[in-house]
Design a binder for this molecule. Structure first.
Ligand code: AHG
Ligand code: MN
Ligand code: MN
Length: 283
C-alpha cells in the first residue's frame, strides 16, 4: 500500500503543477457522465494513468474520465478507481479542487475497498489517506515532501452544513432537514467541490455534506466508485457515518456500472441521525 500512497504523492505534485501552469479551457469532448471535459481533467487523467503504469501492484484503473476499465498489470492486486480532478470547473475561478482515489481488492464495490485517499489543491497541497482499521491521516506538502500533520477524528456533532444539488429540485423533506439545521445554528459551507467541502468538515470537527437525489437527478450526481465510496470510508474511519437516502451504509454499495451514482450523506453521528429521522428511515 505504501507504494500506492507514494505514487499518489508524486501524482499530486504533477497535477498541482498542471493546474498552476496549463490552459484552463474546455476540450471538445464529454466524459461518461455526459459532462464537458476540461483540458485539465484530461491532463490529470493522463498523469495518473502514466504514474500507475509503472506500479505492478495495480491490476486495473477505472477513471471518471474514461469509459471502461483500463487493464494495466496481469499480476496486480488492486483496482484503483479515481476522479482525476474533482470540482475542475472551479479551477478557472481559482477555488480549491481535488483528486480522489479508491483502492479496491477484488471486484470494485464498497465492501472491497481497502484504502482511499484524496488530494486537495488549494493554497497548499494536502493529502488525506486511510487504510482499514486506522484513523485517516492528514499530510501537507512542503518543498515537494508530504509532512504528517495529524490523525483525523470527527466529533459527535459539528457546526457546518454543506447541502449539494439544486434547491429547486430538492424534495420537501430534504428542504425541511436542511432548513432545520440552519435554524439550529449550523453555518453554510459549500464551495461546489466535494473534496474541499468534505475536507473542511473533517478538519473543523464535523457537520454534514449532502448530495441528495433530486427531481432532475433521482440517483444523485456523485459517482459511487471514485467519489462516494472512497469518502464514505474516510468518514467512517474518522468516527462519522456515510449513508444513502434509505439510511444504508454507502460502504455496502455495489455499482452495476463504473459510472453509477448514488444519493449520499457524509457527516458526524448527530447530523446523520437527524437525517435518518427526516427521511423516515431510522432503524
Ligand atoms: P467533478 O468536477 O469531478 O465532475 O465533480 C463535481 C462534483 C462535486 O465536486 C461537487 O460536490 C458537485 O459536483 C457539485 O455539484 P452541484 O454544483 O450540483 O452542487
Ligand atoms: Mn468529482
Ligand atoms: Mn472530476
Amino acid at each position: 500500500m505504501h507504494t500506492l500512497f507514494e505514487t499518489i504523492e508524486k501524482i499530486a505534485l504533477k497535477i498541482d503543477h498542471a493546474i498552476k501552469t496549463e490552459d484552463l479551457g474546455y476540450c471538445d469532448s464529454e466524459n461518461s457522465s455526459g459532462e464537458d471535459q476540461l483540458k485539465l481533467d484530461v491532463k490529470s487523467d493522463y498523469l495518473i494513468e502514466e504514474a500507475f503504469k509503472s506500479v505492478p501492484l495495480v491490476k486495473d484503473l477505472i477513471s471518471e474520465e474514461k469509459e471502461g476499465v483500463l487493464h494495466l498489470h496481469d499480476g496486480g492486486k488492486y483496482t484503483v478507481c479515481y476522479d482525476p480532478l474533482d470540482g475542475s470547473s472551479l479551477a478557472d475561478v481559482n477555488l480549491s479542487v481535488g483528486s480522489i482515489f479508491g483502492i479496491y481488492e477484488g471486484e470494485p464495490k464498497g465492501e472491497n475497498l481497502v484504502a482511499s485517499a484524496y488530494v486537495v489543491y488549494g493554497p497548499r497541497i494536502e493529502i488525506v489517506r486511510v487504510v482499514k482499521g486506522e484513523k485517516p491521516k492528514h499530510y501537507r506538502a512542503q518543498e515537494g515532501l508530504f509532512n504528517f500533520i495529524c490523525e483525523i477524528s470527527l466529533r459527535e456533532k459539528g457546526k457546518l452544513n454543506a447541502p449539494g444539488g439544486t434547491q429547486q429540485n430538492w424534495c420537501d423533506y430534504h428542504k425541511s432537514f436542511v432548513d432545520d439545521l440552519f435554524a439550529e445554528g449550523y453555518r453554510l459551507r459549500y464551495s461546489g467541490g466535494m473534496v474541499p467541502d468534505l475536507h473542511q468538515i473533517l478538519l473543523k470537527g464535523g457537520g454534514i455534506f449532502s448530495y441528495p437525489g433530486t427531481s432532475d437527478k433521482p440517483h444523485g450526481k456523485l459517482r459511487q466508485l471514485f467519489e462516494v465510496i472512497p469518502f464514505a470510508f474516510i468518514y467512517e474511519q474518522a468516527g462519522g457515518q456515510a449513508v444513502d437516502a434509505k439510511g444504508k451504509r454507502l460502504m455496502e454499495l455495489v455499482p452495476a456500472h463504473p459510472h453509477d451514482t448514488s444519493p449520499c450523506f457524509f457527516g458526524s453521528t448527530y447530523e446523520i441521525e437527524r437525517l435518518k429521522d427526516a427521511y423516515g428511515v431510522k432503524s
